[in-house]
Design a binder for this molecule. Structure first.
Ligand SMILES: Nc1ncnc2c1ncn2[C@@H]1O[C@H](COP(=O)(O)OP(=O)(O)O)[C@@H](O)[C@H]1O
Ligand SMILES: [Mg+2]
Length: 323
């Protein structure tokens, strides 16, 4: 299943803040590189952000420069911070006859204020810069960035990007702008080329929200590549062992262990509900006692390990990346 993910040109990672989206994005990129892909890892610069502020995603993979240029982090892995303004400049450059005019236009205060005011135009800028990067080729004609993995800022943003094509096409029907928007659309809506990855947590509310997001994204015809259920608690029990522990806890009244068992039950129910209702395969990642780049490495190793558990290992019933 993961190999099918890596065949795409763009993976858009979405999810609510705090679910581990940035960590998962970094782990996916590391896993793709480990299976021999060349990856451009991208992050969207926040509207108000200053260019020199450290990038959360960049620091997880050890990217030093934080500017809006592609920088190589390690063999096969590059990083860029996408900026709406840079994308808007590229867009104007493509539609205005001269580069000088695009630069001059971007310096116009009124235009800048207009571009910053309309959220759709920010999204358009981000998307346009990504398309620009995806279109770049090497001297032999092969893509310079075969796979771009993009950490989107928040749930709303994926929807905003999904809604963008229709919004843009309704105002820009033809000409060179329409043509390049259509090219972007074709890429965004082609399940062989693009896929959204929806990251969530194994709790009832996040799962409900993710299923709603999936429905909304599909309405805009953006393909969903996979769900990622992050921070799945370890399940040390066999079904019999679980029943025995429950009996024991019942007999001895309220106990701290009951909370942990409850969390485990909720997590498994959430996983089953997501797997049953998401119109895409589900990847489950474990809760691990680590953070930062160590956590990223361990999650990447989890993603790249063989799908079958060696028979000697005790059955943990922990679902992994299914292929
Ligand atoms: N699988 C995991 N196991 C343990 N901690 C995790 C896991 N995934 C994420 N975290 C932790 O959760 C917090 C939020 O992660 P982050 O990637 O910044 O989320 P987001 O980008 O969705 O806001 C971080 O402290 C991170 O270390
Ligand atoms: Mg984040």
């Amino acid at each position: 299943m993961l190999d099918a993910l890596w065949e795409r040109r763009a993976l858009l990672v979405s999810g609510k803040g705090g679910v581990g989206k940035t960590t998962v994005t970094a782990a996916l990129a590391r896993a793709a590189v480990a299976s021999g892909r060349r990856v451009l890892l991208a992050e969207v610069e926040a509207a108000s952000e200053n260019q020199d502020a450290p990038s959360p995603l960049g620091s997880l993979v050890g990217a030093r420069a934080s500017g809006s240029q592609v920088t190589e982090v390690s063999p096969g892995l590059s990083f860029i911070r996408l900026s709406a303004v840079e994308g808007q400049r590229l867009f104007l450059q493509d539609v205005l006859p001269l580069r000088l005019m695009a630069d001059a236009a971007m310096r116009t205060r009124a235009l800048r204020r207009f571009l910053e005011a309309a959220p759709a135009l920010r999204e358009m800028g981000v998307l346009y810069q990504m398309l620009h990067l995806l279109r770049r080729t090497r001297p032999d004609g092969s893509p310079l960035h075969p796979l771009c993995i993009l950490d989107l800022p928040a749930t709303g943003h994926a929807l905003a990007i999904a809604a963008l094509p229709d919004a843009l096409l309704s105002v820009i029907p033809g000409g060179p702008i329409g043509r390049s928007v259509r090219e972007g659309l074709a890429l965004l809506r082609d399940p062989r080329l693009t896929g959204a990855l929806l990251v969530t947590l194994p709790e009832p509310l996040p799962v409900s929200e993710t299923l709603e997001l999936a429905t909304a994204i599909q309405r805009h015809r953006i393909p969903i590549a996979a769900g990622v259920l992050n921070r799945m608690p370890d399940n040390p029990f066999s079904p019999d062992g679980r029943a025995a522990v429950a009996r024991l806890l019942d007999e001895h009244g309220p106990h701290l262990g009951q909370r942990a068992l409850g969390r485990l039950d909720r997590a498994r129910a959430a996983e089953a509900r997501l797997a049953g209702n998401l119109p895409a395969p589900l990847v489950t990642l474990p809760e691990l006692p680590a953070s930062g780049s160590e956590l990223v490495e361990r999650l990447a190793a989890h993603l790249t390990r063989p799908a079958t558990v060696p028979p000697a290992a005790p059955s943990h019933g922990r679902a992994g990346a299914r292929s």
